[in-house]
Ligand binder design. Structure first.
Ligand code: GLN
Length: 511
């Protein structure tokens, strides 16, 4: 089949998915491999190789996570205004490759430099590839949410593989007989660089199948290709230069976690003010839809704050309070389950749920976006109630059932699938053309806040010093999960109650 020349031709695809979604799927899958591969090594590397103490390493890990998602706002903004999505992706991917190569060369010496390259690179890459997925669909196409669900499955394949391979190579438990002991971390970070190169090449070789999607808004339309008009070329160079100049600043800020607090106080309000300013340039109907998008963004902060206990308090819970047998026979490390169960469930169930949405849409039964969000929270609440309920399946020493814990992860995943891919999809449905990147950036910025609040929640649970034995810890942690279950259910009920209003008053024709 030849490549479509116009956007209309491309969006007129037959079947469930446009073929271009597969190219973005693989490019994002490899990018997430690199992202989660690296993220999985950070804390361990800081503690065992850079000899930081646990608390400092955890704070610094939190700082990198907050920054990584905060820069998506900037990456999205410059994509809208200057670079377009394709050039942004390319630039972001390149910075990520350079960052990982720096780490591969000497991770001990250049740790924060390499990480900072990756932070800026992800900011340019991550939101913009998601926006490109949305651009494959016409307004009102009922297959859009399913497309994002599929894309989300790819994200998690990458996350699972990267999260597993990189740290195992770094620790020497994998390839230990081939890689000399002194070089395991170099090889692990090197793998990140190689895989990120595969991601970028996948994109470069397939981007021409995407008609006009992602071209720069400043391109010279008298010429084929994506060259920016000569008089505006310097804007493009200024963005590149700005990205590079930010690197030493980020290096300093990540290394000093106190700055992260200041940064978080500023970037969110600043992004909101900027959005309000942009709203003054749009029609009333567009502004209403932007408010709907904002509502989803705000609720998503609460969602991620609870969900992201996975990397924090649930890790500690898994280490202290779980047995290691699944379904009576399978022996598993509870922390392995904690790290992998969610991704595995997403990989399996995301495409299925996508198909369910399509089937429901054909019968006119598909819940609208607000209700899906509400369901996301109800599942989240049920899941955290299940984490709480592990206390009823524990022995006298406070060691609880891995089965119940895994079941909770299954339910968490259902919640995530009702909210996270749907949120990506909603950003692309609700934002006018020139604000797509910005809104996607804000969607991920909400994740930065979610991570941040998750850390505070987790710390407040862990701060109960009275709990010393596993049995005492079981009570303290599960009590915390019960509170979170209540917050989630309240948020879900609010969303479902306001759904008709939001749909009618704010979202216009958007489902
Ligand atoms: N796990 C998803 C991803 O990596 C969602 C991340 C997020 O929005 N916090 O894309």
């Amino acid at each position: 089949m030849s490549n479509p020349h116009t956007l209309e031709e491309l969006q007129d695809f037959k079947g469930k998915y446009p073929k271009q979604i597969w190219y973005l799927f693989f490019s994002e899958m490899w990018e997430r491999f690199s992202f989660y591969g690296m993220r999985g090594m950070l804390t361990y590397f800081m503690i065992t190789q850079l000899m930081m103490d646990d608390a400092v390493a955890n704070l610094q890990y939190g700082a990198t996570q907050a920054f990584v998602y905060a820069f998506t706002f900037i990456g999205g903004l410059f994509a809208d205004k200057i670079l377009g999505f394709r050039k942004s992706l390319f630039w972001g991917g390149l910075l990520m490759i350079i960052g990982s190569m720096i780490l591969a060369a000497d991770p001990h010496r250049f740790f924060f430099l390499g990480i900072s390259f990756n932070i800026i690179g992800t900011g340019f890459f991550k939101p913009n590839i998601s926006t490109m997925v949305g651009a494959l669909y016409k307004d009102g196409d009922y297959r859009r949410d399913a497309g994002f669900s599929l894309f989300y499955s790819g994200i998690n394949i990458g996350a699972l593989l990267g999260g597993y391979f990189c740290i195992s190579i770094g620790k020497g438990t994998m390839l230990g007989n081939v890689v000399p002991e002194a070089l395991t971390w170099n090889v692990a970070f090197g793998l990140v660089a190689v895989v990120m190169t595969i991601s970028l090449l996948t994109f470069v070789y397939t981007r021409n199948t995407m008609a006009t999607i992602g071209l720069s808004p400043l391109r010279d339309i008298t010429k084929p290709g994506n060259t920016i008009i000569a008089s505006k070329k310097w804007y493009e160079y200024a963005v590149y230069a700005g990205g590079l100049i930010s690197i030493p600043i980020i290096m300093k800020m990540v290394a000093t976690p106190r700055y992260v607090d200041y940064f978080m106080y500023i970037v969110g309000p600043a992004s909101l003010l900027y959005l309000f300013y942009e709203m003054t340039k749009h029609s009333a109907a567009e502004v209403k839809r932007l408010f709907a998008a904002l509502l989803f963004i705000v609720f998503s902060v609460i969602f991620w704050a609870i969900f992201e206990q996975a990397g924090g308090s649930l890790t500690i819970f898994a280490a202290n309070n779980l047995d290691n047998t699944l379904l009576g026979v399978i022996k598993l490390d509870p922390n392995g389950v904690n790290n992998a169960a969610n991704s595995l469930f997403v990989i399996i169930f995301a495409p299925i749920i996508g198909i369910v949405w399509i089937a429901m849409a054909r019968k006119k039964l598909e819940p609208n976006t607000v209700v899906k969000f509400g369901l996301g929270f109800l599942f989240l609440g049920l899941a955290f109630y299940t984490f709480y309920a592990t206390r009823f399946f524990a022995n006298a020493e406070g060691i609880a059932s891995l089965d119940v814990f895994t079941l909770a992860y299954f339910i968490v995943t259902l919640g995530e699938l009702c909210l996270s891919p749907i949120g990506l999809s909603a950003m692309t449905k609700l934002s006018p053309g020139r604000l797509q990147g910005l809104m996607m950036g804000m969607w991920f910025l909400a994740s930065a806040y979610g991570q941040y609040v998750a850390g505070l929640f987790g710390a407040s649970i862990a701060s109960d010093m009275a709990a010393v034995t596993p049995a005492e810890k079981l009570i303290v942690y599960t009590e915390g999960y019960k509170d979170m279950a209540i917050y989630a259910v309240v948020a879900g009920v609010i969303l479902i109650v306001i759904a008709p209003f939001v749909r009618k008053r704010l979202m216009g024709h958007v489902h």
